[in-house]
Design a protein around this ligand. Sequence first.
Ligand code: CAP
Ligand code: MG
Length: 430
Amino acid sequence: MAIDWYDEFVDLNYTPDSDEIICLFSCEPASGISMKEAAGRVASESSTGTWTTLFSLPPRMRALQATAFEIDGPYLKIAYPIGLWEEGNAVQLLSGIAGNIFGMKAVNHLRLIDATLPEAYLRHYKGPHFGMDGIRDMMGINGRPLTGAVPKPKIGFSAAEHAEIGFETWMGGFDFVKDDENLTSTAFNRFEDRVIALAKQRDRAESLTGEKKSAFLNITADTETMKKRADLLVANGWNYAMIDVVVAGTAAVMTLRDYCSDLGLAIHAHRAMHAAFDRDPRHGITMQFLAKMMRLIGVSQIHTGTAVGKLVGTAQEARVLADILREKKTMGVPQMSLDQDWGHIRSAFPVSSGGLHPGLVPDVLDIYGDELVLLVSGGIHGHPDGTRAGAAATMQAIDAWHEGVTLEEKAAGSPELKRALEKWGSYQPK
Ligand code: CAP
Ligand code: MG
């Protein structure tokens, strides 16, 4: 008597239906387990199966079984019938295709690389409230990246000090002041105080510059508190909320997406904790899949790396992430991503941040182009002449890239950029 039925979840001649979700995994089977046996186990455990044959198996269940249909070296593709998935519930999708399977003894390593979501699945999601065009219209910014900075040190300032640094950032030419991922509402910098103090400085900067200024204020907390903080943002004239989406969780992001959308708030998604599961190339979940989920749910923008800054991530990965977020139709890159027709789902901005300074701006823009949110934080507050000069130097570096001149050539007529290059040159921090 057969003790298990995993092989019923593998059919290398199977052609998926157009409404099935297709997942790409990489897998290293445990010793004594073939790739085909591992594929059956992954498809089984992420759909209807379990470790043993069952006393009874209603025939209709077979219509819900996933099918491992392609094995190419360590890569495998699995098709999931649409009936497995609750309409509009991204949390349940994760429980299925990114749940138990990572702990199976049959695999030494398993990595969820990407998923192709069919229209039959996409139709239940709203996606980003604004899209990149909507954000640009809201801010009145065209023809260049949106720019922002986090006050540094990343936590410790009072609300008043934070707001003063914000003013200097805006007066240097930046569009946004961003809270850092670990700044929420602390004894020395209560969220309410920061919202109000920064709004006053914003109004000053807007009246002095004639430009729209905004901020990514971090509402991250339990969901009910996040809703209250979103209300406070709107009451003080803000048009963005920031959420640490990985630590807050997919369910919370789904709730706040609709809540913020009703309030007209865009969502800046910080991805802190992502490297706990996306850094090891052999195991976990890629940033590509996280970016796809967050666009699907509907954040307005999410961090996607710099390639040249202090945090891991290659230029190719950054380009793939940018396509997943920005394009109407994403073309898959072998072993990195799958094709995706986004249908009605609006676009989202990639955000490049982490160890950047004016000397690295051209490298980042060579990767992303202008359709980007560029965050330079230590790279402006560490400028020899202070925050405002640092922001100005960064804007001069963006201009240099647009003009097709080197930073050194630009620096000849841009004193703030000159001073930045004297300190950092093209140093790539680690
Ligand atoms: C960058 C940053 C961001 C990282 C996040 C920091 O500051 O504020 O959180 O960019 O990483 O705290 O390090 P600096 P990623 O500009 O001073 O480095 O963008 O890869 O998610
Ligand atoms: Mg930070």
